[in-house]
Design a protein around this ligand. Structure first.
Ligand code: SF4
Length: 443
């Protein structure tokens, strides 16, 4: 297919498709000039050319720069798959100064990724990671696992069930697909125990740390006095990768979800090494298209693992509902006193944290924040409308083999595999599993 085909769709997906196709076919370096022609075919003025040039660079895993030329002499190794990426800061721009030089105020950035789709400079953007990933999948030099976020339901079309998505990923070269929701189940149990331990009086409250790295970053950067209330747990994404690697050290893990901020979370110094690559749903869709794999036509071979609780993490309120339902099973006497409050959208998150900081009565003791409106179904790497996606998430959750992690036999099997066969399960304190699930929060 030439670069001008499919011209009815937006430029960014077309660039991603062309780069994914060349990477999948192993000729990205050879086809680089052909792909670069998009700059001149699609735009006449320097600003738009620079935008397109930088979108091509980001799709190839290169840093954006200030030229309408796509490549510099330093890019060759990345394009040939000899190097995974460049080392400098992935985010560069939010304003232009009088000399047309772009600037970003990192102190204001929370990494939601929502600005990427609207930045008119094309320089502010997230780097795609699929060039080295596709090379790894083709070489089969290590087992590569896909940890797929709970918000996947409905994203690839209503015909694409979990089983069909799994088959499509196996066809792409993945060793298997796991539900990140299974690991959300484990974190749910941990947070239920933590609630029991730490929320003892009327004045105590707990802030869930579960899914959203932007929520945590907001608290760390702007509300340091609230940091001690955050649950010291890793996200389900990190938990999935750490547990997969604890069981199979040679494995590589790719997180697939609607979130751009997860790309930053995976690179945080205290979490680095767990997740190897992060793809958005949109990027995976482009890869399927490039590889001519239609998930809707694959065999439906689901390997269900997570409970209803883990699967509803995909939308706002999911974490609170999950921890509430699990607390009711684990420590029923505490259930009455569980008072959750959910908030979504960065501004609403900030306003709520301001109230808590000022000592206002919020009549809640379990606080859940999601940076995207509607929760992860509203993430910038989504494909479908967030409201439809929330309905799909609920429908998939209702088909779960267990309601809470407490009745989920897969949890006990997994913990047994990790060498934790004793009852009751201890996920807090100093057990080895607690160490896998623990995260140091920056104070
Ligand atoms: S709400 Fe979900 S998609 Fe949005 S930034 Fe947080 S983790 Fe990412």
């Amino acid at each position: 297919m030439s670069v001008t085909e499919s011209s009815s769709i937006n430029i960014k997906p077309r660039i991603l498709y062309q780069v994914a196709k060349a990477a999948w076919e192993g000729n990205l370096f050879e086809r680089r000039q052909e792909i670069c022609q998009m700059v001149y075919k699609e735009a006449k003025d320097p600003e738009n050319r620079r935008y397109i040039a930088n979108q091509i660079r980001l799709a190839m895993g290169l840093e954006p720069h200030e030229s309408e030329e796509v490549f510099s002499i330093y890019d060759k190794e990345v394009l040939m798959g000899l190097s995974e990426s460049q080392d400098s800061c992935p985010l560069a721009v939010i304003t232009q100064d009088e000399y047309k030089k772009e600037e970003i105020d990192q102190t204001k950035c929370t990494d939601t990724g929502q600005c990427f789709s609207t930045c008119s400079f094309g320089v502010l953007g997230e780097k795609a990671q699929f060039v080295p990933l596709l090379k790894l999948l083709k070489e089969q030099s290590a087992p590569v696992y896909a940890s797929v976020a709970p918000a996947f339901a409905g994203q690839f079309g209503t015909a694409v069930t979990a089983g069909r998505l799994r088959s499509a990923l196996l066809k792409l070269g993945f060793a298997d697909m796991v539900e990140t929701a299974l690991y959300a189940d484990i974190i749910t149990m941990k947070e239920a125990f933590e609630f029991d331990e730490h929320v003892q009086t009327e004045n105590d409250f707990m802030i869930t740390s579960c899914c959203c790295p932007v929520w945590i970053k907001l608290i760390e950067n702007k509300f340091p006095e609230l940091v001690s209330h955050i649950s010291p747990s890793v996200s389900p994404m990190i938990a999935s990768a750490r547990i997969i690697k604890a069981l199979e050290p040679a494995a590589k893990v790719v997180f697939i979800g609607p979130c751009v901020a997860k790309k930053s979370e995976a690179q945080l110094p205290e979490l680095k090494g767990a997740v190897d690559y992060v793809l958005t749903f949109q990027e995976l869709s482009d890869i399927f298209e490039a590889a001519k794999i239609d998930p809707a036509e694959q065999p439906d071979e689901e390997n269900p693992a997570a409970s209803w609780c883990g699967r509803v993490y995909g939308h706002t309120g999911g974490v609170s509902s999950a921890v509430g339902a699990t607390l009711a099973r684990l420590v029923p006497r505490r259930s009455q006193g569980f008072k959750p409050l959910q908030v979504d959208g960065v501004i609403a998150c900030q306003n709520l944290l301001e109230k808590i900081k000022n000592g206002e009565n919020i009549n809640a003791n379990f606080i859940e924040g999601m940076a995207c409106k509607g929760g992860c179904v509203g993430g910038p790497g989504r494909i479908i409308d967030p409201n439809n996606a929330a309905r799909e998430v609920d429908a998939y959750a209702s088909s779960a083999p267990a309601h809470t992690p407490v009745e989920n036999a897969k949890i006990y099997a997994l913990l047994n595999q990790l060498g934790h066969s004793t009852e009751p399960i201890t996920l807090t304190g100093h057990s080895p599993i607690a160490a896998i699930l623990a995260r140091e929060i920056t104070k």
